[in-house]
Design a protein around this ligand. Structure first.
Ligand SMILES: Cc1cc2nc3c(=O)[nH]c(=O)nc-3n(C[C@H](O)[C@H](O)[C@H](O)COP(=O)(O)OP(=O)(O)OC[C@H]3O[C@@H](n4cnc5c(N)ncnc54)[C@H](O)[C@@H]3O)c2cc1C
Length: 414
C-alpha cells in the first residue's frame, strides 16, 4: 500500500511540499480553506533569491525602527490597538537582533535559500510552471551614497556566503535600468538572484502538476485534530474527521493555531504587506529593483509592474489599510517618472513571520506523524522549493539535505 500524507495549506510551501512528497513515494491530499495560491503566495514581489542571506533582524534595526513607526509613510506599522498584542513577539525579535544571533540566522538562510533555483527547476520542468522562474538578477538602489550595500555586517554576510555582487554608481544604475529616476546614488547588483513572472500562476501550475501526479485537493478549513497518544489520527475539515497517516502543517500565517492544537506554541505573526500591480505601466525594468531606503520592491511580472512592500502588524484577521497601497503609487512614481498609473489593481496579504526570522521546519515535538513547514516571512517564495524538498525528506525518514537544527519547531518552548 502506498503511504499517505495530508498537507494543510495550498500556498507555495504547501504545493512544493506536495510535489516533493510525491517524489518520495507518498499519496498526497492537499487541504485548502480558500483557493490554492491565494494566500500570501498570490501577491508577493516574486523575488527568488538564493542570495537572501541578510536577516531583517540585524543590529541597528532597533535604532531605525522607531523612526519608521513614527512616519505614517514608513515601511513598518503597528495598527492602533494591536501594539500590546504584538509586544511579546517584538520583544523576542529584539533579542534576535544581536550580531551573534544574526550570524546564525544568516547561515541558516544561506542553507535554506541557496538551492532554491535548482529545487524549483526539478518540480517545474515539463509542467505549465516551466519558465515562470528566471535568472534575472536583482538590483538594490538607494538615494544615499554607499547605502545600497547595507551595513558592513550585511556585506560580510554576503561575502561569507560567497555571493557574486557588483557595486554600482549612479551612472551605472541608469545604464542598467534607464527607466529609473536619476535620484539613486548607490546600487548593488546580485546577478545570481532571480524572479518569478507570476507567483499566483506558479502555485496554481504546481498544484495542477501535483493533481496530475495523483494528489487530491480537498476544499475546507482544518479546525482541529483527533489525537491519540503521540499520533494524529484525523484532521477535522470543517468539523468532519479526515483520517490521516501523516500530516504536514503548511498553513502560512494561520499555522500557529494549528500547531497549538498539537501542543506546540509557535509565535507566528501575520505581517501584512501590500502591492499594486500596474498594467501597461510604460516602464519595463529588466529585473526586480528594490528601493532600500523606503523598503519596497518593483518587479516586472507578466501581468504588469508590481510594487510591493510594508510590514504591518495588526493581527491575522485585521482589516487592510488601503492607504498603504495608495502610498506605493506615489513611491513608484518617484522611482519611475515615466510610469502610467491608469490600470492599477491592489492587493494585501499576510506573511507568516516568526520573531527570530526563521521558519518552523521539521517534526512536531509532541507527535510522531505531524510535521511543520511554515514561517518564511519575507522570503517564502525564495524558500518554498527547499522547504518542500526538506519537509518531504523528514517525513520520509531521510537525512535532510540541509541542516534543519536552526528551524526546530520546538525552539520557542521553554
Ligand atoms: C507584499 C509581499 C511581498 C513579498 N515579496 C516576496 C518576495 O519578493 N520574495 C519572497 O521570497 N517572498 C516574498 N514575500 C513572502 C512570501 O509571499 C510568503 O513568505 C509566502 O508566500 C508564504 O507562503 P506559504 O505557503 O507559507 O503561505 P500562504 O501562501 O499564505 O499559504 C497558506 C495557505 O494555507 C491556507 N490555510 C490557512 N489556514 C488553513 C486551514 N486551517 N485549513 C486549510 N487551509 C488553510 C490559506 O488559505 C493559504 O492558501 C512577500 C510577501 C508579501 C506580503
Amino acid at each position: 500500500m502506498q503511504p499517505t500524507v495530508c498537507v494543510i495549506g495550498g500556498g507555495i510551501v504547501g504545493v512544493c511540499s506536495a510535489l516533493y512528497l510525491q517524489r518520495a513515494g507518498f499519496k498526497v491530499t492537499l487541504i485548502e480553506s480558500g483557493e490554492v495560491g491565494e494566500g500570501a503566495s498570490f501577491g508577493n514581489a516574486g523575488n527568488i533569491s538564493p542570495g537572501a542571506v541578510v536577516p531583517y533582524l540585524i543590529p541597528g534595526i532597533w535604532r531605525e525602527a522607531p523612526g519608521w513607526l513614527m512616519n505614517p509613510e514608513g515601511p513598518l506599522a503597528v495598527r492602533p490597538g494591536y501594539f500590546l498584542k504584538a509586544l511579546p513577539w517584538l520583544m523576542t525579535a529584539v533579542k534576535s537582533a544581536t550580531e551573534e544571533a544574526a550570524w546564525k540566522t544568516s547561515r541558516a538562510m544561506r542553507d535554506l535559500h541557496g538551492g532554491t533555483l535548482e529545487a524549483y527547476e526539478a518540480i517545474t520542468r515539463g509542467t505549465e510552471a516551466e519558465g515562470l522562474i528566471v535568472l534575472s538578477g536583482q538590483l538594490y538602489v538607494s538615494e544615499k551614497p554607499e547605502s545600497a550595500q547595507g551595513s558592513e555586517l550585511s556585506q560580510r554576510m554576503r561575502a561569507e556566503a560567497g555571493l557574486k555582487t557588483q557595486v554600482l554608481d549612479s551612472m551605472e544604475i541608469r545604464e542598467l535600468e534607464p527607466s529609473l529616476a536619476p535620484i539613486f546614488k548607490s546600487g548593488l547588483l546580485l546577478p545570481n538572484n532571480g524572479r518569478c513572472k507570476n507567483p499566483h500562476h506558479l502555485v496554481k501550475a504546481l498544484a495542477a502538476s501535483a493533481v496530475r501526479n495523483g494528489a487530491t485537493i480537498l476544499r475546507g478549513k482544518v479546525t482541529g485534530f483527533q489525537k491519540q497518544g503521540r499520533g494524529v489520527q484525523a484532521v477535522l475539515v470543517d468539523g468532519q474527521p479526515q483520517v490521516v497517516e501523516r500530516v504536514v502543517i503548511a498553513a502560512g500565517a494561520a499555522s500557529g493555531e494549528l500547531t497549538a492544537a498539537l501542543g506546540t506554541k509557535i509565535p507566528v505573526e501575520a505581517e501584512r504587506g501590500y502591492h499594486i500591480t500596474i498594467a501597461d505601466s510604460g516602464v519595463a525594468p529588466r529585473m526586480p529593483v528594490t528601493h532600500t531606503d523606503a523598503k519596497f520592491a518593483c518587479s516586472p511580472m507578466n501581468v504588469g509592474l508590481r510594487i510591493a512592500g510594508t510590514a504591518e502588524f495588526g493581527g491575522l484577521n485585521g482589516e487592510p489599510n488601503w492607504q498603504r497601497a495608495e502610498l506605493l503609487k506615489a513611491q513608484a512614481l518617484r522611482m519611475f517618472p515615466g510610469l502610467r498609473l491608469d490600470k492599477v489593481t491592489r492587493w494585501s496579504g499576510s506573511r507568516p513571520s516568526l520573531p527570530d526570522g526563521l521558519p518552523a521546519l521539521g517534526k512536531a515535538p509532541q507527535f510522531d506523524n505531524a510535521y511543520f513547514a511554515f514561517g518564511n516571512s519575507h522570503f517564502g517564495m525564495s524558500a518554498g522549493s527547499v522547504m518542500g524538498k526538506t519537509v518531504a525528506e523528514v517525513v520520509a525518514g531521510q537525512k535532510p539535505g540541509i541542516d534543519i537544527t536552526p528551524f526546530s519547531p520546538g525552539r520557542f518552548v521553554s
